[in-house]
Design a binder for this molecule. Structure first.
Ligand SMILES: Cc1cc2nc3c(=O)[nH]c(=O)nc-3n(C[C@H](O)[C@H](O)[C@H](O)COP(=O)(O)O)c2cc1C
Length: 191
């Protein structure tokens, strides 16, 4: 598929088949991601890829964080247990979760540069994935900002989670929502 076609055809995927994506394919996808530009060639992206039985630890940490953040009650009521079960199962059914993180730079300008590079990495990876028939959902969720969650998945205070990618073969491809004509966003300054 030509790059221009892929850019327009890629969709964020919300429902995945249960089939796993081969690790070699995922490595290739992230290798394409790593061709993103980065200032001083810092290549600041880091990836924790949760799959197979490894997902359980991530999902447990997510659910505990949701309870800590007050998004799920902390009691043993049947309704709470059902909610935890169904959210947990929904997350476990997604074949792969990639936590994308970066080292926190003390200098705010450098930090902005590195976060920007990581975002470029993610979009490159999403586009490459699409060409392999693999779908992704780029998510930014409250637990990413919960320091206890960050520690629970083995990251330090010197590391920031940029995104969590849900990955797998698409079960359903959403319709193209189109885009605002660029003229509405573009100001030409010719003189
Ligand atoms: C930084 C970022 C965060 C996002 N977070 C979420 C999210 O938490 N949940 C979600 O369903 N989609 C999320 N999305 C996906 C957008 O909803 C999606 O890209 C947008 O609706 C356009 O759809 P498309 O990607 O299929 O063209 C996020 C996208 C970006 C770039």
């Amino acid at each position: 598929m030509a790059i221009r076609e892929t850019i327009k055809a890629r969709r964020s995927i919300h429902s995945f088949k249960k089939d796993v994506v081969d690790t070699a394919v995922l490595k290739e996808i992230f290798t394409y991601g790593s061709y993103a530009p980065s200032h001083y060639m810092k290549e600041p992206w880091r990836i924790k890829l949760y799959q197979e039985k490894g997902k359980q630890h991530l999902v447990d940490a997510i659910l505990t964080s949701y309870q800590r953040l007050g998004m799920i009650p902390k009691n043993q009521h049947a309704k709470t247990v059902r909610m935890l079960d169904s959210m947990g199962q929904f997350l476990l059914d997604i074949p792969h979760h990639a936590v994308i993180y970066l080292p926190i730079e003390p200098d705010p300008v450098r930090y902005e540069e590195e976060y920007a590079a990581v975002c470029a990495f993610i979009q490159n990876a999403q586009l490459a994935a699409w060409e392999f028939g693999v779908g992704m959902l780029w998510t930014i969720t409250p637990y990413m900002h919960d320091p206890e969650f960050v520690a629970e998945i083995g990251l330090s205070k010197q590391e920031k989670i940029a995104a969590v990618l849900q990955i797998g073969y698409p079960a359903k491809i959403p319709r193209d929502k189109g885009r605002t004509p660029i003229e509405e966003k573009l100001e030409l300054i010719n003189e």
